[in-house]
Design a protein around this ligand. Structure first.
Ligand code: ADP
Ligand code: MG
Length: 263
């Protein structure tokens, strides 16, 4: 970078962004730079602002420092405080209590008029598109089809009630040395009350969620079923391997059936 003595090293290449560790030699500090591939400035601002609001009320997420534009790459970036992460995450009671606290904390975020552009409807469109790709893929057993449409309808009829992270899968959660931390507020918006827990659950297999069972409502379970289908749709679009996601979907189908019988 011109004008300041910095050293940067790439640490991650992702579908949506690349990440660099930037060391400012003058100030002696290090930060995390997220360079967006496809995003326009509105998407970058949305992530920056919502991450800042969340950080400011105490949600454990790296502090966003500034938005910038790299003229050499013609891309926007956001600098965040750098946090050191442990590699492993264990889905135990300690993890689930912390995650539920993070989700509850986010529900207290008060969006005012200026934030109404963070719309659930935009997320919903992407979710439904991906889910429809899954529906059209002809992999769904006819005995499960009604259940799948019911899950889709629950999501279509959900009303936005409070702030949600929107993309709170295990891929956006990290483990620092003493606490959980969440990343990536790109999909955050004013959304359905039960979405974040349902989404977190649907990104995993029900068998991985034993420590969450006490927090999971029937609403969450329907959303989880939807999300397990949505993930397949996204993978079909990307051409990724479906084996694990197919199994998760089937296991969520069984889970919903069991939950319905217990009602
Ligand atoms: N401030 C940070 N410090 C250290 N690691 C980070 C930081 N922010 C993100 N990461 C790591 O980089 C990954 C990708 O960041 P994320 O914001 O989720 O980008 P993407 O939109 O490409 O998914 C995160 O899951 C996390 O492991
Ligand atoms: Mg991410």
């Amino acid at each position: 970078m011109k004008g300041s003595l910095t050293h940067q090293a790439i640490i991650r290449k992702g579908a949506w962004s690349d990440a660099f560790l930037v060391h400012n030699l003058e100030r002696g500090n290090t930060f995390f730079r997220k360079i967006f591939h496809y995003a326009n400035i509105e998407v970058v601002e949305r992530e920056f602002e919502t991450a800042y609001i969340a950080w400011n009320i105490g949600v454990p997420t790296p502090k966003p420092l500034k938005i910038g534009f790299s003229s050499s790459l013609s891309k926007y970036y956001v600098d965040f405080q750098y946090v050191e992460l442990k590699n492993d995450i264990i889905l135990d009671n300690h993890f689930s209590t912390q995650l539920i606290n993070i989700i509850r904390m986010m529900k207290r975020i008060n969006l005012n008029e200026t934030h109404l552009r963070f719309s659930w409807n935009k997320n919903l469109q992407e979710h439904i598109n991906a889910f429809d790709v899954f529906l059209k893929s002809n992999q769904i057993n006819s005995e499960n089809i009604n259940l799948v449409y019911e899950a889709k309808n629950k999501v279509l009829n959900a009303s936005p009630i409070n702030f949600i992270h929107g993309d709170l899968g295990i891929h956006n959660i990290g483990n620092t040395f003493n606490k959980l931390i969440c990343f990536d507020f790109q999909s955050s918006c004013y959304g359905p009350y039960e979405w974040d827990i349902g989404y977190f659950a649907g990104c995993l297999n029900p068998s991985e969620l034993l420590c969450f069972e006490k927090y999971i409502t029937l609403h969450n379970i329907w959303y989880a079923l939807f999300v397990s289908g949505l993930k397949i749709g996204r993978k079909i679009i990307r051409g990724a391997d479906l084996k694990k996601s197919n199994q998760n979907f089937l296991d969520w189908v069984s889970y919903v059936k069991k939950a319905q019988n217990l009602e």
